[in-house]
Design a protein around this ligand. Structure first.
Ligand code: URP
Ligand code: ZN
Ligand code: ZN
Ligand code: ZN
Length: 485
């Protein structure tokens, strides 16, 4: 059974053109004029784009004394309904280590996922065991390792641990990812605001100013350079962090930056809302910033100094947020966006002229496919690519509301946003998994794990002007040695 998508305009990261797409089985078989297939998918007056890839989700993640409420089933269905056909979720090792955690994640994902998926492995400690497990993780098709510089006393790693892990990444052909916030300063500031009698969610923002993010981003980049490995900074929320990335790239380093759709469109005034729950629902790290930081992030996406827009989908219910009713430090950190990333970015980015359609495709799909080493299987519309496609209808619109979302969370941080541009159809490996207005249901278990191979041997930082190629001790005779000290 072949399918042909007819009458649409293909929008790729590098060009826009009119053509039909023939799909045989799970892949794109041909692109051209007047193609025919067993069934026809109508793309007239619509754009056909590579399915979105969200490289930053936390589905059913155990965190801060609870577990993120969004399930793999609801989360991946929310994803496809919004045009995202692949998610990459963070595996957090517990006491039994990386491989046991990976099994847990696999049990959930294989049974529930509607979309394709992959994982990043978190390095939250350092030991011989972790050193050797990292190689096994890479063998399992996972070429990225995440490091938290925040969450002191929990997930945070220190500089020596991060340096050791980065060197291991370099040796294995893996890419380190970093949550860059100075966890020591955050902890000190948190205590300061508690002591000052400010236990509410506004203090979450006060205790995580842009400086703590900028400092950690600079440090992560320098440590990566010392270890000889590229680095990817997750949830870049501010100019200070963006500036560090920009500067490193200008020097020739492979440093990547990922803003979130939330930081691009929501600002710090949310935490000043007199309704405790309104503010608590928006508690995430880093917190939302002011408009000047938003402008910096948008500019970075257009200029290419930032490459990817993600969601960091870590969705907790209102009830879970009340864990921090008396103390903002206990509010589970995280917000949602899987279903809304593409429509919100289209509306606030393409419709306003901040991004071209091609840049939209680059930052929602193609760039991350390249960074994760899965291009052109994903992120491309080419013969042989997986048929992960969105037929995007710029005339479809809606007002975002928790009352009609696919996410199982009882609120939506984009509530009331009017979006223009929605998927008419979403295809995952050739299957239509979403068609607008058709009351589609999740298809748990149809999603597949996407294996990601290690990077080629050029996995090294580029800023090294001069390598110490043959370190050796200097030979000194007795006359050049200090005497009698
Ligand atoms: O607040 C956030 N971002 N929660 C999820 C975990 C993380 O830091 O990415
Ligand atoms: Zn994080
Ligand atoms: Zn995250
Ligand atoms: Zn001498």
């Amino acid at each position: 059974m072949s399918k042909v998508i007819k009458g649409g305009t293909i929008v790729a990261a590098d060009r826009t053109y009119e053509a039909d797409i023939l799909i045989e089985g799970e892949r794109i078989a041909a692109i051209g004029q007047n193609l025919s297939g067993d069934t026809v998918i109508d793309a007239s007056d619509a754009y056909i784009m590579p399915g979105g890839i969200d490289p930053h989700t936390h589905l059913e993640m155990p965190f801060m004394g609870t577990t993120a409420a969004e399930t793999w089933e609801s989360g991946t269905f929310a994803a496809v309904s919004g045009g995202t056909t692949m998610v990459v979720d963070f595996v957090i090792p517990g006491q039994d280590g990386m491989l046991a955690a990976l099994e847990e994640w696999e049990n959930r994902a294989t049974r529930q996922a509607s979309s394709d998926y992959s994982y990043h492995m978190c390095v939250t400690d350092w030991s011989e065991q972790i050193f050797s497990d990292m190689a096994k993780v890479v063998d399992r098709g996972i070429n990225t390792f995440k490091h938290f510089m925040a969450y002191k006393g929990a997930l945070m790693v220190n500089d020596d641990e991060m340096f050791a892990s980065f060197q291991r990444c370099a040796a294995l052909g893996a890419l380190p990812l970093v949550h860059a916030e100075n966890g020591d300063i955050v902890a000190a500031l948190q205590q300061k605001y508690i002591d000052a009698g400010i236990p509410g969610p506004e203090a979450h923002a006060y205790s995580r100013p842009p400086e703590v993010e900028g400092e950690a981003t600079n440090r992560a980049i320098m440590i990566a350079d010392a270890a000889g490995v590229p680095v990817y900074i997750v949830h870049v929320s501010c100019e200070q962090s963006h500036e560090a990335i920009r500067r490193a790239r200008q020097k020739g380093m492979r440093v990547f930056g990922e803003p979130l759709i939330q930081h691009l469109t929501l600002d710090e005034s949310e935490y000043q809302n007199p309704d405790w729950m309104h503010a608590a629902r928006r508690v995430m790290s880093p917190p939302f910033r002011d408009k000047s930081h938003q402008d910096s992030l948008w500019a970075g996406l257009a200029a290419g100094s930032l490459q990817v827009v993600a969601t960091d989908h870590a969705a907790f219910t209102s009830e879970q947020k009340t864990l921090g009713l008396d103390d903002f430090r206990k509010i589970p950190n995280g917000t949602g966006g899987l279903e809304d990333r593409m429509p919100v970015l289209w509306t606030r980015g393409v419709d306003t002229g901040r991004l071209t359609m091609n840049e939209f495709v680059a930052v929602t799909s193609t760039n991350i496919a390249r960074i994760l080493n899965i291009y052109p299987q994903k992120g491309a519309i080419l013969p042989g690519s997986d048929a992960d496609l969105v037929v995007w209808d710029p005339k479809l619109s809606k007002t975002i509301s928790a009352s009609n979302q696919k996410s199982i969370i009882d609120y939506n941080v984009f509530e009331g946003f009017k979006v223009n541009g929605l998927p008419r159809y979403t295809l995952s490996r050739g299957d239509v998994v979403w068609s607008h207005g058709q009351n589609d249901q999740p298809q748990p278990g149809r999603g597949k794990f996407v294996k990601r191979r290690p990077f080629p041997a050029v996995n090294q930082a580029l800023s090294k002007w001069k390598e110490i190629t043959a370190p050796r001790a200097v030979t000194r005779s007795a006359e050049h040695m200090p005497i009698g000290i």
